[in-house]
Design a protein around this ligand. Structure first.
Ligand code: NAD
Length: 304
């Protein structure tokens, strides 16, 4: 196996050009890598290539000849669905590219994938990200990785083009576990921020002023700083991260905790809250629309 570091102009297959994948693949292209973007949605593939470049018509064609394959898909199940499809699996097993799953997959899915790939001597790391679309565009994502340290080192130049903070969390699946747990903390912080600001509003305090107070105080968190004014108070609810994906991350956290006999009750309650909100609002609604759900639930409860 060639153990050299991966650097431009190496070919990278990038599967999943959605809200996050599109700008992440763009960062790799800007860093000088040959990026072969593929997505099930042909419109985003056309937009990624513009007028230039040969567009792969399926994932196997994007993977063939690539030194690295990055997946940025909704779930670990969708990652397995793509990589284990016959033509993709054949290309991976014969050419042995380094695989990086940057999706927020469940660690159990990642380990199940690894069980199938490991006998062929394929290298896989999990390297999910945090920071949302804004930081994907600027190449300033936080990356939390799991897997073999040597493989991660070979991929450092690739990951440096996407993020500014790379933390090796432990063995394969550790990055995915931390990503789900991070989103539990983030989701709980958003709910607390929305509730505090809406209560302040009912008391007669200008909600923007309430956010200013939180941001100058110990109640400050990522939601008070980057979400409440930007996507909630203006009613835009368009941060680029769906409520379905957030509910999935909390379900992953809850399943992880239960599997480790650590079913902390608040974690399980938050997972149910986000799952109920997803059912109420629809999975494609933005996660910041939790504001709408909380207020609608509140008015229904008051009316009954
Ligand atoms: P998205 O829904 O915008 O994009 C997913 C893309 O995958 C879509 O373009 C879809 O067409 C494509 N896709 C789905 N199945 C496919 C298949 N079988 N073959 C090829 N393409 C397929 O989602 P996103 O917001 O970009 O999130 C991607 C991942 O990153 C998720 O796991 C999410 O939880 C995680 N994430 C999202 C954010 C965010 O702010 N949006 C932040 C951090 C992590």
């Amino acid at each position: 196996m060639n153990a050299s570091k991966i650097s431009p102009p190496a070919a990278i297959a990038f599967i999943g050009l959605g809200n996050m994948g599109f700008p992440m693949a763009g960062r790799l292209r800007a860093a000088g890598f040959q990026v072969r973007g593929y997505d099930a949605n042909s419109a985003v593939v056309r937009s990624f290539y513009g007028d230039g470049g040969v567009q792969p018509t399926n994932a196997a064609k994007a993977i063939s000849g690539a030194a690295v394959v990055i997946t940025m898909l909704p779930t670990g199940a969708s990652v397995r669905g793509v990589l284990l499809e016959d033509a993709c699996l054949a290309a991976i097993q014969t050419q042995r590219p380094l695989l990086i799953d940057m999706s927020s997959s469940a660690p159990a899915d990642t380990l199940a994938l690894w069980k199938i790939l490991e006998p062929s001597g394929i290298c896989l790391i999990d390297a999910p990200v945090s920071g949302g679309v804004v930081r994907a565009q600027s190449g300033a994502l936080a990356i939390m990785a799991g897997g073999d340290a040597e493989t991660l080192d070979r991929l450092k130049t690739v990951l440096d083009a996407i993020g500014t903070s790379l933390i090796h969390c432990g063995p394969l699946g550790a990055g995915h576990a931390m990503k789900a747990l991070n989103n539990y903390v983030s989701a709980a912080g958003l709910v607390a921020a929305i509730e505090a600001v809406r209560v302040a509003e009912r008391f007669g305090i200008d909600p923007e002023r309430a956010v200013d107070v939180l941001n100058a105080s110990t109640g400050s968190n990522n939601s008070t700083q980057n979400k409440i004014k930007q996507f909630v108070l203006n009613g835009r609810y368009d941060s680029g991260f769906s409520i379905g994906l957030m509910a999935k991350d909390l379900a992953t956290s809850a399943a992880l905790a239960s599997s480790l006999a650590a079913p902390f009750p608040q974690l399980l309650r938050y997972s149910k809250l986000w799952s109920d909100a997803e059912k109420h609002l629809g999975s494609t609604q933005d996660h910041t629309a939790m504001d709408v759900y909380l207020r609608e639930t509140l008015s229904t409860e008051q009316a009954s």
